[in-house]
Design a protein around this ligand. Sequence first.
Ligand code: ALL
Length: 325
Amino acid sequence: MRHARSAGWLGLTAVIVSLALALGQGGCSRPAGPGNTSGGKADGKPRIALVMKSLANEFFATMADGAKAHQAGAANRYELITNGMRSETDVSEQVTLIEQMVARGVAAIVIAPADSKAVVPALKRAADAGVLVINIDNRLDPEVLAEAGLAAPFVGPDNREGARRAGEAVAKQLDAGAEVAIIEGIVTAFNGQQRALGLEDAATAAGLRIVARQSGQWEMEKANGIAAAMLSEHPALAAILCANDSMALGAAAAIEASGRRVLLSGFDNVPAVAPLLADGRLSVTVDQHGDRLAVEGIEAALAILAGAAAPEDRTTPVDLVTGKP
Ligand code: ALL
């Protein structure tokens, strides 16, 4: 088990709030609106839309930065439009973004879907309008895709395996029978489901007891409240396993407020968790290389548009990042 936390921790809650504000103002998105339709080509270059989820989540700010840097180094190859949502849960906002991108005449939409089923009809309409759809990060539901008659190659990680490895790293520090809790992502997102399964796999393999589980909907504040309730209901709780870093940051603040020693895991390796890894407040996270993820999707889109590649799924790497024991 971890030892007492180092003193002098600047109130995590304050850091979280200012981080959320800073990211909210970051403006990764370009205003979208109906525009010219030019067969997805601007000056002969394909126009590609990157449609992300919550821009308040550093994971997507990193992803947008990676895509912009890639485009800046390949400005003669394509034009990039980046977009995202204001919250993790407003799926209708993402549907609107898809429609706006079609109206702007993009050649391809590279999308991290907020929900694995709900955005499929909008993407099918995009495909029917001649837009290539590339699915990154969170896999669209294969059955719903098949029903809709939409083919969208998936470029992204093995979320179950990544989460299993994070859970295993925490489990190594615990005895069999120890009590753990899981804070899940959005339950209708395939990667949320896969991460929950991976964390469960690790807990089961190590003989840990999962005494609580709840969705924090990927969000810091929700996870903060959930973790606080879990800690007060389970005095022997030894670890909280979170499906992303935003929720781990929220849980970290709750653990700090409880004054207890409770292990914690996350997923994403966002910059904000670096100090928590350094002093052991976070045991482990999973780097899924958000900055490269969109780039891989964009490269796949460019190759398919150029007729140089067939649409195929591609598994991207995940790496464990462990904190101070
Ligand atoms: C997923 C990503 C991240 C992220 C989450 C929140 O799709 O893979 O782990 O934290 O979305 O939207």
